[in-house]
Design a protein around this ligand. Structure first.
Ligand SMILES: NC(=O)c1ccc[n+]([C@@H]2O[C@H](COP(=O)([O-])OP(=O)(O)OC[C@H]3O[C@@H](n4cnc5c(N)ncnc54)[C@H](O)[C@@H]3O)[C@@H](O)[C@H]2O)c1
Ligand SMILES: N[C@H](CO)Cc1c[nH]c[nH+]1
Ligand SMILES: [Zn+2]
Length: 437
């Protein structure tokens, strides 16, 4: 099974690791060109461009964009028809995701100074957001919940979901999840054209204020490009898993954890760090043995061959340092006393502690969000959360007494900046004889 074996002791380790990580799919030149082209056409031609790209990439035969809206009746019917076990699992996951995200809700706050001046921060939910739910190579009902629930917990009034329907096939579990998650409208469109439609609006689809959600390299590149016209949450591209293992977790478990992210996409990245060379041999053997039975073996094989690695480290301390450099989307710490190592981790989208916390549980139902920063952006980005759907406005209510002290400070600074109107605006209120409060 071709997967790179690296050792931190080899001379070229740092360079090899960089090459392995360097590939940022959303920056790939051909993907960038194609995405720019698609966005331009959507901006210029609206509905017609979205329709044509959807026909081309998703092989959908609709003749108007309006025909690609999936009506609420269809989601409710999908929910009703869902096998009981699937419905229960979706509802359980939704409940856990809601409970977790309720902790993130920020509230408006104020405080009052001695002279009666009130300062604070007002929290307002966004008006209208677009959720991108991927659907090219797999259907993601779980991503519907992960996107929609924090938006609704934040109080967003209009939640518009887009998701591709390859060959025109509408996934019933995705539609049922839209009903459970409280989505307002659903469109069967995907890729860069869907991001463009949400950002610029078309004749049929009104623009949104912010686009959130994960997607493939085209989606990630499109989100990067429309940022500024709309807000975006982060770059959540092809999935990544980094595992630190002390060598005592069953090798099959770790092999399957690597597969679990590799199976998303040929561009997904799965890496194992261990100080135990014979354990890396065991995991490699487990990969070779288990892979042929996986339905998505081809995707897993490409992902592991192109972007995967089993890396021999000198110590778990060194593994933590490498993890911080990689800043993975998901980090599993599969060791004794994982808390000790977790304390040393500064950059990771989500940290899974202990041998029983498989990353797959976080993907579906642990509660925290599975929309996470990829491509090393965990150095500065956070998981999708309620905070992505809330914005803050500063509140400033200066009392008459406060205007006397603040007015002097402001006027002095304004004169220093040579901005006389600013100074005068503050000074008018000094020792004012006006009786207004
Ligand atoms: N980071 C996260 O939180 C997270 C969560 C779930 C999934 N993911 C990732 O999301 C991705 C989902 O990818 P997907 O492909 O299954 O679905 P997707 O919905 O992201 O992409 C499908 C769309 O890509 C476009 N496309 C495909 N080939 C194209 C081409 N040659 N030119 C232009 N456009 C093209 C099409 O419009 C198609 O509708 C995976 O990489 C997965 O790892 C990430
Ligand atoms: N691992 C993905 C985030 O990178 C999320 C997901 C959804 N379904 C399965 N996995
Ligand atoms: Zn996953």
């Amino acid at each position: 099974m071709p997967i790179s074996r690296l050792s931190t002791l080899s001379d070229n380790f740092a360079r090899t690791l960089r090459t392995l990580l360097a590939f940022d799919a959303s920056q790939d030149a051909s993907i960038e060109r194609a995405t720019a082209d698609i966005l331009l056409h959507v901006q210029e031609q609206g509905d017609q461009a979205v329709l044509e790209y959807t026909q081309r990439f998703d092989r959908v035969s609709a003749t108007s964009l309006a025909a690609l809206e999936i009506e609420r009746g269809e989601w409710l019917a999908a929910l009703d028809a869902l096998p009981a076990a699937q419905r229960k699992a979706l509802e359980t996951a939704a409940e856990r995701v809601r409970a977790y995200h309720a902790h993130q809700r920020a509230e408006t706050w104020t405080y009052t100074e001695a002279d009666g001046t009130v300062l604070g921060q007002k929290i307002t939910p966004l008006d209208r957001v677009g959720l991108y739910v991927p659907g090219g190579k797999a259907a993601y009902p779980s991503s519907v919940l992960m996107n929609a629930i924090p938006a609704k917990v934040a109080g967003v009034s209009e939640v518009i979901m887009v998701t591709p329907t390859p060959d025109g096939i509408r996934n019933p579990m995705v539609l049922a999840a839209a009903a459970i998650g409280g989505v307002d409208r659903v469109w069967g469109i995907g890729g860069a054209q869907a991001v463009g439609a949400l950002a610029y609006g078309t004749q049929t689809l009104s623009p949104v204020d912010k686009i959130v959600g994960p997607g493939n390299a085209y989606v990630a590149a499109a989100k990067r490009r429309v940022f500024g016209t709309v807000g975006i949450d982060m770059i959540a591209g092809p999935s990544e898993i980094l595992i630190i293992c002390d060598g005592t977790t069953p090798a099959d478990w770790i092999a399957m954890d690597l597969f679990s992210q590799a199976e998303h996409d040929e561009m997904a990245q799965a890496i194992l760090l261990s100080p135990n060379a014979s354990y890396l041999d065991e995991v490699q053997a487990a990969i070779a043995r288990l892979l042929p039975s996986m339905p998505r073996a081809d995707i897993i094989r490409s992902s592991l061959a192109n972007r995967g690695a089993l890396i021999l480290v000198q110590s778990l301390d060194e593994a933590c340092a490498i993890a911080n450099d990689i800043a993975p989307e998901h980090l599993e710490i599969s060791t004794e006393n994982p808390e000790i190592w977790a304390e040393k981790i500064r950059h990771a989208g989500a940290i899974f502690l202990g041998r029983y916390s498989s990353e797959a549980l976080g993907d579906y139902c642990a509660g925290p969000n599975h929309v996470l920063p990829t491509s090393r952006t965990a150095r500065f980005s956070s998981p999708l959360g309620v905070y992505d759907f809330q914005k803050r406005s500063s509140l400033i209510h200066v009392s008459k007494a406060g205007a006397q002290t603040l007015g002097q400070v402001a006027a002095t600074l304004a004169h220093g900046e040579g901005l006389q109107a600013h100074a005068a605006s503050a000074e008018y209120r000094l020792n004012s004889t006006e009786s207004i409060s």
